[in-house]
Design a binder for this molecule. Structure first.
Ligand code: SAH
Length: 336
């Protein structure tokens, strides 16, 4: 008989085996992400980085780092946009990709070309110095813990043979003192640790980070664990590696962790508002005019990225910066 495994340990194992074993993106995969929908997405993020670089005082060299780059599409589009818009930034930047999956590393190398990027297993091996960090749908893949209200206390959720079992919590985080019986409370321990370390680095060495992902604007109770297989909802506790398992990102908790570690946090703002303020619609219209045969696809992708009923509201953008930097582009608006 197997042993119950804490949910975050199960999720870490499931995510590692899932991303190592297959190419999950696109129409034939399990899900489609923003950079795979429109090149305008990566181009706009490249322009965001270019403006931030100028706000930083145009340091040279500077590191441009992406966490969880998938097929490498976002970085390829960002670099092309940067080379056109601000060649001195392209010349100053060094590309680093933080990716654990060997098969995705190979795709990223193909997308970017020989000698363009350096790869890292995690942020610890990144070289020091001022840096700009990007991450799209990276934080949602980081493992979460779940607690469930039972008899006036909290039990922790473990996984055994594809189902939840409840056990007394080991080192529980601070949880609400009151909740209705059966309430599920999540704790993104891995994401919080990641953001804390990154924020310390930003405060000490300068720079900014931009994360886009789905999650609510405010922290709250609820079970957001989900899985996709073939673009359909699947059982998140299915055999590790067989489905894409993610959870909503608690942006408010991450903003608090960043401030506690000495960085400034901006947002979260809804993705639709963020991308519109970066000019995504204008860019998509230009692409549509330049290639009439794919104009419909360009415009509908931009619409889906921005519309509240598409990805515009559930997805959020969060920026973390050195505390002396001004608000980065797209974050001048009131927060969500
Ligand atoms: N940013 C891409 C891919 C999102 S999928 C896009 O938008 O299309 C999540 C990505 O994060 C994959 O590249 C996956 O291999 C990577 N990843 C997941 N967990 C990781 C971890 N702990 N460390 C580094 N990369 C991770």
């Amino acid at each position: 008989m197997s042993e119950a495994e804490r949910l975050d340990h199960f999720m870490a194992r499931a995510a590692a085996s899932y991303y190592a074993g297959r190419e999950p993106f696109g129409a034939r995969g399990d899900f489609t992400t923003a950079p795979e929908m429109s090149q305008a997405f990566g181009e706009c993020l490249g322009l965001w980085a270019a403006v931030v670089w100028q706000q930083m005082g145009a340091p040279s060299p500077v590191h441009l780092v992406e966490f969880g780059p998938g097929r490498g599409t976002l970085m390829a589009d960002a670099l092309r946009g940067i080379a056109t818009a601000l060649p001195p930034f392209r010349a100053a930047l060094r590309v680093h990709l933080v990716e654990t999956s060997p098969s995705l590393r190979a795709l990223q190398a193909q997308a970017l070309g020989e000698g363009v990027a350096e790869w890292h297993d995690n942020a610890d091996s990144l070289p020091p110095g001022p840096a700009i960090f990007l991450g799209n749908e990276f934080l949602d893949a980081l493992p979460i813990r779940q607690f469930i209200r039972r008899g006036g206390g909290w039990m922790e959720r473990f996984v055994l043979d594809g189902a939840f079992v409840e056990q007394p919590a080991e080192n529980p985080p601070p949880l609400p003192t009151e909740a209705l019986e059966g309430t599920v409370q999540e704790w993104g321990e891995a994401a919080q640790g990641f953001v804390t370390a990154l924020s310390r680095r930003l405060a000490a060495q300068g720079g900014a980070a931009l994360f886009l992902d789905y999650g609510p604007a405010e922290s709250g109770p609820g079970d957001s664990l989900q899985a996709l297989a073939g673009h359909r909802a699947a059982d998140p506790l299915a055999e590790p590696g067989s489905v894409d398992i993610t959870a909503h990102v608690d942006f408010a908790a991450l903003a608090r962790a960043a401030r506690a570690a000495g960085a400034a946090a901006h947002g979260p703002v809804p993705q639709g508002i963020f991308l519109q303020s970066l000019g995504l619609v204008t860019r998509a219209a230009m692409l549509a005019r330049a290639a009439p045969q794919s104009a419909g696809m360009q415009l509908s992708a931009a619409q889906r990225l921005i519309a509240p009923e598409g990805m515009g509201r559930l997805f959020k953008a969060l920026a973390l910066t050195h505390p002396a930097l001004p608000s980065p582009p797209g974050f001048e608006v009131p927060t969500a």
